[in-house]
Design a protein around this ligand. Structure first.
Ligand code: ATP
Length: 330
């Protein structure tokens, strides 16, 4: 285990730990302990240092651990994981996997990070990713299909998150086309699908998920829309490794079925959680916006909007954003 990881685990036991005691447990000098502590502060960890007493972490952190995650994921899904990496800090788990070689067919390369410095959403937007508070995970998978067949993949993955949340005790989750998981109109999780398509042959796809578990740091102030975390919804924080394993299992099961049958097996479930169907919405496009009533998704996963008395317009491109708007006053 990495010394930084070990140090966080020891400090998470609670209370003060002297530099000497920490050095003895890590098998390093007090100076080396001090240097590692300094490094941890770069992660935004709140470590108190009191002369004569030592170091103390302001709150315990359950670090992600590949072994614990895999245990929760279960045997069947384990066989679909070619590699699993857990980083303390990364720029972006999606970006990292985009640069990796494809895993063997029917298997995924999985990557978790405790913190992302450049976590990303769609179209260059930022995913706020402080250390040890939430879940940031990506999966690299090679699909034999052509890119068009993958247009509904993000919707299917949203269904995977709904199922995972249901297993974790959150039952009233909504979906916002194309990639947001919301609760009470507040954003709980986001999905980012990125792909590198060959003109012929398989398509390399990286699927990223950010799920808020327990936002404690001031980093949450960077989020410019209503958001929520599992702690707020459940009133408690389930084990992070359990959440990671449950989410990973549902994602893998959906990916495997999507590869065989596309979006069809997930359409009804997506519709059951559609948070905007029948509501007045704005569709934000590159140049002009339209507003209308959201008519849900069609069988291909395209968003349908009726504007005035006109025909239904369909949107398939990820280059638009849907925004709810309050109904006009009577
Ligand atoms: P769209 O409807 O186009 O998907 P979006 O605003 O939800 O729009 P995304 O690219 O899906 O955009 O996600 C990025 C946005 O999510 C950020 O601009 C920010 O508003 C919000 N955001 C960033 N980090 C978090 C987070 N940890 N939890 C919830 N929301 C976040």
């Amino acid at each position: 285990m990495h010394n930084q990881t070990k140090l966080i685990s020891i400090l998470s036991e609670g209370g003060f730990h002297s530099g000497e005691a920490l050095g003895a447990r890590l098998g390093v000098s007090r100076t080396a302990v001090w240097k590692t502590i300094k490094k941890l502060s770069e992660y935004g960890l709140d470590i108190h240092s009191v002369r004569g007493k030592g170091y103390r972490l302001s709150h315990a952190i359950e670090l992600l651990d590949a072994g614990n995650i895999l245990e929760e994921t279960g045997k069947k899904c384990q066989s679909r994981i070619a590699e699993i990496d857990v980083f303390l800090k990364h720029s972006s788990t999606n970006a990292w996997l985009m640069a990796k070689a494809s895993p063997e067919p029917d298997k995924g390369h999985v990557c978790f990070a405790e913190m992302q410095t450049e976590g990303r959403g769609r179209r260059g937007r930022k995913w706020v990713s402080p250390f040890g508070e939430n879940l940031y995970l990506s999966i690299l998978w090679q699909f034999p299909a052509d890119p068009q067949m993958l247009s509904g993949l993000g919707l299917a993955l949203s269904v995977a998150i709904v199922r995972a949340l249901d297993e974790l005790g959150v039952h009233d989750v909504g979906l916002k086309w194309p990639n947001d998981v919301i609760w009470n109109k507040r954003k709980l999780a986001g999905i980012l699908v990125e792909m590198v398509a060959e003109s012929t042959g398989p398509c390399r796809v990286v699927m990223g998920v950010g799920l808020n578990i327990n936002f404690q740091s001031s980093a949450s102030q960077q989020i410019d829309q209503p958001w929520v975390d599992l702690k707020t919804i459940l009133g408690r924080t389930p084990s992070r490794n359990k959440i990671a394993g449950v989410v990973l299992r549902h994602l893998l099961n959906v990916i495997i079925l999507y590869e065989q049958r596309g979006l069809a097996p997930f359409i009804e479930e997506w519709r059951n959680h559609d948070a905007y169907k029948g509501q007045r919405v704005d569709i934000l496009m590159y140049k002009n916006n339209i507003s209308g009533i959201c008519e849900g998704i069609d069988n291909m996963g395209a968003l349908q909007v009726r504007s005035g008395n006109g025909p239904i317009q369909k949107f398939t491109s990820g280059e638009i954003s849907l925004r709810g708007r309050p109904a006009p006053e009577q």
